[in-house]
Ligand binder design. Structure first.
Ligand code: ASP
Length: 298
């Protein structure tokens, strides 16, 4: 099969001065994932490589550079899902893991459970060779400054604007037809400690089904949960005559209409054809064209 790869860096009101950095980050993630896929590698390795690049880039709200919660800490969530088995590995509320996607993968590959949270998830990660970091190592200077501005004005919502870069995600198909999707996030700015959004929830922030396709969502988590966005988009791929673009559009329309929220998604159908949609001012995404060239947009 021809491999395929698409990534995103969130759908929000991404500020003008972050556009170039978001595009560059997306392209770097494609390079990392595509190098795996073009060498005959596994889609899961490609996903991990791409998401790791995005988590390490402070322009995105995942891993290092995540938004801070109300108490001034980073709490990360991540999920990865296998379209062949419908099994997911998911983690939430991590404070001491530099690359949450690695912890999610450890759950996928080594646990009968599909989701672990907090200290239990961190212990599981350590037991599987993933080191803990100091919570402060996840905090980028820009996020600390944004949080300080919020705090000085009782966390009024308008202070969240201007640094609305988002969650990251990736969907990969390898030359053996293996299809995986993943999503990783620091969640929303100034969220309550312990708040978990859509991102690590199977069917909401991510879904992958070999009969239809695979999806990673981003946006206002509480709205995405209401319409189970990723699974809904996969289901819209099912009817004869549906296309990836139309399925993505229909799911995002439902997010606005019934979920009463904003966001976006990327997907690959089961044959690797990409689709995407968003109802926010911008979504950062990058994909590999059929001729192997890279395309990035914000
Ligand atoms: N969906 C994420 C959340 O609500 C945020 C995002 O996608 O940027 O936690």
């Amino acid at each position: 099969m021809r491999p395929s790869l698409i990534v995103h860096g969130g759908a929000w009101d991404i500020p003008d001065d972050a556009v170039d950095a978001c595009k560059e980050g997306g392209l770097r993630a494609l390079h990392a994932g595509w190098a795996v896929l073009t060498n005959g590698g596994h889609a899961l390795d490609a996903i991990e490589a791409a998401i790791t690049v995005l988590e390490d880039d402070p322009v995105f709200d995942a891993g290092y550079g995540s938004h801070l919660n109300l108490d001034g800490f980073v709490e990360c969530d991540a999920i990865v899902m296998d379209a062949a088995t419908l099994k997911a590995g998911s983690v939430a509320g991590l404070r001491r893991i530099k690359n949450p996607i690695q912890a999610a993968r450890a759950v996928l590959e080594n646990s009968a459970h599909m989701m672990l949270i907090g200290e239990g998830a961190e212990k599981f990660a350590v037991d599987h060779g993933i080191p803990l970091c100091d919570p402060g190592e996840l905090i980028a200077a820009a996020e600390r400054e944004a949080w300080d501005r919020c705090r000085l004005d009782s966390h009024a919502a308008e202070h969240h604007r201007g640094h609305e870069q988002g969650t990251v995600g990736a969907v990969a198909l390898d030359d053996q037809g293996r299809l995986f999707a993943a999503t990783s996030t620091g969640g929303t700015c100034c969220k309550l400690p312990g708040r978990v959004g859509d991102s690590p929830l199977i069917g909401c922030g991510c879904y992958a089904d070999g009969e239809t396709g695979a999806v990673s969502s981003t946006g206002y988590g509480e709205a995405i949960m209401r319409v189970v966005l990723a699974k809904t988009a996969c289901d819209f791929l099912r009817p004869a005559g549906s296309t990836p673009a139309r399925a993505a559009q229909a799911a995002v329309q439902l997010l606005g209409k019934r979920g009463k929220g904003t966001g976006g998604l990327i997907l690959l159908d089961k044959d690797g054809n990409p689709g995407l949609a968003f109802n926010t001012p911008r979504m950062a995404y990058a994909l590999v064209n059929p001729d192997g060239s890279f395309f990035a947009s914000v």
